[in-house]
Design a protein around this ligand. Structure first.
Ligand SMILES: [Zn+2]
Length: 257
């Protein structure tokens, strides 16, 4: 399935209405496509927002009558029927419409204008997956950190920072130069068994900040600013692993906030 096919089926997918074959094909695409999985996330959020109890209200009878009268007047109806049942219906429709506008607004605002950090996280995750599945994790394969750092430094206009020893349980497999958030970035790549962790870094004027860690598409994503750099960790092994890698870097003075 390509993006267009997935987008056509995404609502049915979110409602669990696809047959097994379509579902498997859609899931295979969603695993590899950051844009489509973000679209699914927004849709799921929209659907759950629509079920939010705070979007419906109980209105006192007098107010219902006033609102019904105002609606009828505005619609130019000759006769005003202000029976409570009619008022409830009209108000319910108005509330649903208002709720829909609000929920669609919130969901699409977040979808169309995700925060800078959300954008970089999604991009880092997509890059991590492309590098892993495209078998181009490193352009310099070595477990010797000084040699890897020298290779990266020669290709970039800054000196990457990294602890000399790998995080517990991990082996350094090398480094690559990549692009993230519009920057040329250094990426150090570690493996723990088959699980890959990518550590992205680039010079940044952002003020030092303690890290954030969360899960995105079953991956752990950690980020922080310090030592004039921005760091992002993406780990196959989840949030705990991403956090442990980040903690080692910070403890070793690499991006200490
Ligand atoms: Zn897609």
């Amino acid at each position: 399935m390509n993006c267009n096919q997935v987008r056509e089926l995404i609502s049915a997918y979110a409602d669990g209405e696809l047959d097994a074959e379509q579902r498997v094909a859609a899931e295979a695409h969603l695993r590899d496509c950051a844009q489509c999985s973000r679209a699914l996330e927004s849709l799921t959020m929209l659907k759950s927002a629509m079920q939010d109890a705070t979007l419906s209200y109980n209105v006192p009878g007098a107010l219902q009558k006033k609102i019904a009268a105002l609606i009828d007047k505005a619609a130019g109806m000759p006769k005003v029927d202000t029976s409570p049942r009619r008022g409830i219906w009209k108000y319910a429709l108005l509330a649903v419409a208002a709720g829909l506008v609000l929920a669609v607004g919130v969901a699409s605002y977040r979808f169309i204008f995700p925060s800078e950090q959300q954008k970089i996280e999604a991009e880092a995750v997509a890059d991590h997956e492309q590098a892993e599945y495209g078998h181009r994790l490193v352009d310099f394969a070595s477990a010797d950190m000084p040699a890897v750092l020298n290779h990266l430094k020669a290709k970039l206009n800054f000196e990457p920072l990294a602890p000399l020893h790998a995080p517990t349980g991990y082996t350094l497999i090398g480094g690559r130069v990549d692009r993230l958030a519009g920057h040329a970035v250094a990426v150090l790549v570690y493996k723990n068994g088959s699980q890959v962790s990518n550590i992205f870094q680039w010079p940044s004027a952002s003020p030092p900040s303690p890290g954030t860690v969360h899960a995105l598409k079953n991956l752990g994503v950690a980020s922080w600013n310090g030592s004039g750099r921005t760091f992002y960790v993406v780990s196959d092994a989840g949030m705990g692993a991403a956090n442990a890698v980040a903690a080692l870097y910070v403890a070793e003075g690499c991006g200490t906030p």
